[in-house]
Design a protein around this ligand. Structure first.
Ligand SMILES: Cc1cc2nc3c(=O)[nH]c(=O)nc-3n(C[C@H](O)[C@H](O)[C@H](O)COP(=O)(O)OP(=O)(O)OC[C@H]3O[C@@H](n4cnc5c(N)ncnc54)[C@H](O)[C@@H]3O)c2cc1C
Length: 283
């Protein structure tokens, strides 16, 4: 079991990791793609780093973390399940237990489909390697929304799932010939108690499962009962969310969507989580 598991290795997540380690806590930190800051051409407002590119600054953050033996792991967190006082975290099929979780996933751009949240776990899945076996011999749709989608469709096909690959891109050249391909996007998931069909354009396609392979997972789909305010996760001054033991920091908690705020909130979340682990009450 790890003390603190951090979802996202942007400025907020890395700051949380560094501060958790300084407090003597064990940490695992996962990230599944480049973060926002890397896209910034020039940053002038982070104290001590005048006129620096976002990529350069991000590299400095990573070097700092790595110098403290923090390993940034490549992986998408798809589900977090509270179990007693700890959490079982699913990272693309690998399960890790953590005492505390810090959400630092950046701004959520995920727009849930009609039917998606109601059928989550009843045919709607974000991870082929986690849930694929449940659909052997059955019909599954894979929606291509990330670089991993084809790999996951290939995996499902290899374990005996009848796969239809839905994509707005042309059929990938090396997509297995046993995988059906439909050009388009999914607008709705239909079913009562379980997935029965999806709607893609004018077509209604019967299916037992739909794998939504996006880069990001909506925070509310990641963990049940998370309170939000608009598009952001609601937190208090300790960066605690509505779920005991789960913290959030950075862009995901709201405006200003700025680097220094993300770094500060990462620090607060890590320090408070560490204090709670040590069962030390704050004054
Ligand atoms: C073009 C541009 C210019 C900017 N310029 C400035 C500037 O000059 N000054 C300034 O202060 N701010 C600037 N910003 C904003 C700044 O980049 C953000 O405020 C900051 O990056 C937020 O940090 P964060 O850690 O909260 O989120 P992010 O940096 O978005 O990092 C979140 C990380 O979480 C990962 N993640 C998401 N979901 C999952 C999951 N389910 N599992 C695993 N990993 C996951 C993502 O892949 C990402 O790596 C700019 C942003 C952009 C886009």
């Amino acid at each position: 079991m790890v003390d603190i598991l951090i979802v996202g290795a942007g400025p907020a997540g890395l700051s949380a990791a560094v501060n958790a380690v300084i407090r003597g806590k064990t940490v695992r930190i996962f990230s599944n793609r480049e973060n926002y800051l890397s896209k910034a051409e020039r940053v002038d407002n982070h104290l001590g780093f005048y006129n620096i590119s976002g990529k350069e600054l991000m590299n400095k953050f990573k070097e700092h973390a790595e110098a403290m033996n923090i390993k940034i792991e490549d992986g998408k967190v798809v589900n977090i399940l509270p179990v007693g006082e700890s959490f079982m975290v699913n990272i693309n099929g690998e399960i890790e237990e953590a005492k505390k979780v810090i959400l630092a996933m950046g701004i959520s751009k995920v727009k849930e489909l009609p039917g998606e949240s109601g059928l989550l776990g009843m045919g709607v899945s974000y991870c082929a390697t986690c849930d694929g076996m449940l659909y052997r011999g059955k019909n599954a749709i894979v929606w291509d929304q990330s670089k991993d989608a084809m790999k996951e469709a290939t995996y499902l096909n290899s374990i005996g799932v009848n796969v239809t690959f839905v994509s707005k891109n042309p059929r990938p050249e090396n997509l297995n010939e046993n995988i059906n391909y439909i050009s388009g996007t999914i607008s709705e998931i239909i079913g009562s108690g379980k997935v029965e069909a999806i709607v893609a354009g004018e077509k209604k396609i019967p299916a037992d499962a739909v794998f939504l392979l996006r880069d990001a997972v909506a925070p509310t789909a990641l963990i049940d009962g998370l309170k939000t305010e608009g598009n952001f996760i609601a937190v208090n001054r300790n960066m605690e969310t509505s779920i005991d033991g789960v913290y959030a920091s950075g862009d995901i908690t709201g405006k200003p969507l700025q680097l220094s705020k993300a770094v500060s909130e990462g620090l607060i979340a890590a320090q408070h989580a560490a204090l709670q682990i040590d069962k030390i009450k704050e004054n």
